[in-house]
Ligand binder design. Structure first.
Ligand code: SAH
Length: 233
């Protein structure tokens, strides 16, 4: 199984606070409108079949469903999925949540999705390339795949680990393991090896003074990548 039990446990312990915008999940709440609009601009979500890999409590999944997509959210964290289901009942925004590995889902529902998203998850799995291959298998020919993760360099160590976990205390200590961060060139390699085309990168920045996140062209710490499955794959 391509999953680290300790990683799943970390998220499980916090899961009940997933939808509290002042909790450990605050950064996900704050970046969500930015990534949602970025995705929706590249692949208008209304009427689309979407799968969100590593959906957690469903912050992105629900927001994509609100845009009119039919969304499936998958994760291996049981508690996060329960929270996601409860929130969906409460909000009335329908999402199909499933406890299943991305690779298994890919075997069951190959080429079924217009859009595949996998955000802030690759840096928590033992074999991220296998997740990228699963995403490539799930998407239809011509469909879109979006990933986000953390770059690996001295600056990202300073900002994403020391800054966010130790100085600003935005995230619990130990949330991120520097060794598992992925450079844009490594991720590009995974994407191309999986038969997808890289469409473009976007950086995500945080200003600790204004406490505002923004999208920019600096991919040195947090970044997103858009990929596409060629029509003739
Ligand atoms: N994608 C969501 C949540 C990110 S938190 C968002 O951006 O809002 C990371 C999530 O990855 C957690 O929900 C955790 O349970 C999940 N995760 C970690 N390892 C996983 C694995 N191997 N398979 C599926 N999900 C995993």
């Amino acid at each position: 199984m391509n999953a680290d039990p300790l990683e799943l446990q970390k998220f499980s312990e916090l899961a009940h606070r997933w939808w509290d915008p002042t909790s450990e999940f605050r950064p996900l709440h704050e970046i969500n409108p930015l990534r949602l609009e970025w995705i929706n601009a590249r692949a208008p979500l209304a009427g689309k079949q979407v799968i969100d890999i590593g959906c957690g409590g469903g912050i992105l999944s629900e927001s994509m469903a609100r845009k009119g997509a039919t969304v499936t959210g998958i994760d291996l964290g049981e508690k996060a999925l329960k929270v996601a289901d409860l929130h969906s009942l409460e909000s009335g925004v329908q999402v199909r949540y499933k406890l299943i590995a991305a690779e298994e889902m890919a075997a069951q529902e190959a080429s079924q999705y217009d859009v595949v998203t996998c955000m802030e998850m690759l840096e928590h799995v033992p074999d991220p390339a296998a997740i990228v291959r699963a995403a490539a298998a799930l998407v239809k020919p011509g469909g879109h795949v979006f990933f986000s993760t953390l770059n690996r360099n001295p600056k990202s160590y300073l900002f994403a680990v020391i800054g966010a976990e130790y100085i600003l205390r935005m995230l619990p200590k130990g949330t991120h393991d520097y060794e598992k961060f992925i450079t844009p060139s490594e991720l590009s390699q995974f994407i191309r090896s999986a038969g997808l085309e890289v469409q473009g990168f976007k950086g995500m920045g945080y200003n600790p003074l204004t406490k505002i996140y923004s999208l920019n062209d600096d991919t040195s710490v947090n970044y997103l990548v858009a990929a596409r499955r060629p029509l003739e794959a």
